[in-house]
Design a protein around this ligand. Structure first.
Ligand code: PLP
Length: 396
């Protein structure tokens, strides 16, 4: 029998704040009512603030982040277009696969899982592409499988330095709303996210930020699309309506979650994620474990992927945490399966929750056969959270 609170430390879906849950508990309403826009129109404005775009347009597709990927690709590219992508974790790998399935000519750069987007290699290939055959560059801002945050600004610079006209696609599914992301300032053409991570909602909305340049491309591109057609959305969204049945309860939840984010302040939300993530990382290092991320400059503030010692199976850690301690951690995905477990630390989170994650991790690791000196992980995080850490500059 399970008693007490179940702990969810996966990098999405994330914990839903009580206020957001309550906001969704409303009767069903008429999606064609004259006043429906009173609920929806403000959501577009709120999402623009989260994406930090003034000139861009926001779409909310019933679906998930993967649907938003597909909408981004099919609306703005042509069949057979060459696109430049990196593969350095499970999500960037899936994005490559989708692009291939949709008939794009994908130029893939493989780098180790744990590395960031290969900016220098991207710059070299873009520089060599004198005929402008590369139509888009894709960056997974936060590779949720490896806990790696890539430098989108540097990719923008690489494009600008060689006056390259390719569209910049960014997967911000596990970064937007939690890690600094600036659509306009960084010149992002297509920004993709979902409702179930930094926005602290159930899954169900695929959210897209689209630049003017990408909207212009959508007018002439010929890739097949139906459900995800931007033009249908544009027409209906004008009055706050949708071309098909929208998830109204999620909209009520989104209103509440945007309110929470703006009450805390987006900059403060981002700073909180940084502070909590640093505590988790210090805790993990305090336990003597290594991260998948190759370098501190790549550390993700939303998810930490942790290597278990040789001879220990990370699946045991996950199972013990779940069965004995009511706690879910993220699993090691694809080639990291069995070698890695992940602590998701995004959304509605505080210091005490991070300490719980570290404490349960220590117990599960010990029971799975790891040598653990109990308390070292939480102690390192506590020192950080209370300002008593020895070296605040560990991140360099
Ligand atoms: N991209 C990243 C970086 C993700 O973390 C995820 C999901 O975890 C996805 C894409 C896929 O999003 P969804 O599961 O909402 O379709």
């Amino acid at each position: 029998m399970r008693t007490g609170q179940t702990h969810l430390f996966i990098p999405g879906p994330t914990n839903i704040p009580e206020r957001v849950r309550q906001a969704m508990n409303v009767p069903m309403q008429d999606m064609r009512a004259p006043d429906f826009g009173e609920l929806t129109l403000g959501l577009f404005d709120g999402l623009k603030k989260v994406l930090r775009t003034e000139s861009g347009r926001v779409f909310m597709f019933p679906g998930s982040g993967t649907g938003a990927w597909e909408a981004a690709i099919t609306n703005t590219l042509n069949p057979g277009d060459r696109v430049l992508m990196a593969r350095h974790g499970q999500f960037s790998t899936l994005w490559v696969e989708m692009a291939q399935r949709l008939g794009l000519d994908v130029e893939v750069v493989d780098v180790p899982w744990g590395a960031g987007a290969p900016v220098k290699e991207f710059a070299r290939r873009l520089g060599a592409d004198r005929e402008g055959r590369i139509k888009a560059v894709f960056v997974t801002h936060n590779e949720t499988a490896t806990g790696v945050t890539s430098n989108v600004v540097a990719v923008r610079q690489a494009l600008d330095e060689c006056f390259h006209d390719a569209l910049l696609f960014v997967d911000g599914v596990s970064s937007i709303g939690s890690i600094d992301f600036r659509m306009d300032e960084w010149g992002v053409d297509l920004a993709v996210t979902g409702s179930q991570k930094g926005l602290m909602l159930p899954a169900g909305l695929g959210i897209l930020g689209v630049s003017d340049k990408a909207m212009a491309a959508a007018e002439t591109t010929t890739m097949r699309r139906a459900y995800f057609e931007f033009a249908d959305m544009v027409k209906m969204n004008e009055g706050g309506y949708f071309p098909y049945t929208p998830p109204t309860q999620l909209f009520h939840g989104l209103r509440a979650s945007l309110d929470l984010i703006f009450e805390e302040g987006l900059d403060n939300v981002i700073a909180r994620h940084r502070r909590l993530a640093e505590g988790v990382r210090r805790g993990v290092h305090g336990m003597g474990l290594e991260l998948v991320a190759e370098h501190p400059s790549l550390y993700s503030d939303t998810v930490t992927a942790i290597r278990v010692p040789e001879g220990v199976d990370a699946r045991d850690v996950l199972r013990i945490a779940y069965e004995r301690y009511n706690t879910s951690f993220g699993s090691g995905l694809a080639k990291l399966n069995g070698k890695v477990f992940r602590i998701g630390h995004l959304g509605d989170l505080n210091e005490g929750m991070c300490l719980t994650a570290l404490s349960v991790a220590e117990m599960a690791l010990a029971e799975a056969g790891t040598q653990v000196e109990f308390g070292r992980g939480p102690a390192a995080a506590m020192a950080w959270f209370t300002g008593q850490a020895e070296s605040p500059a560990l991140r360099v």
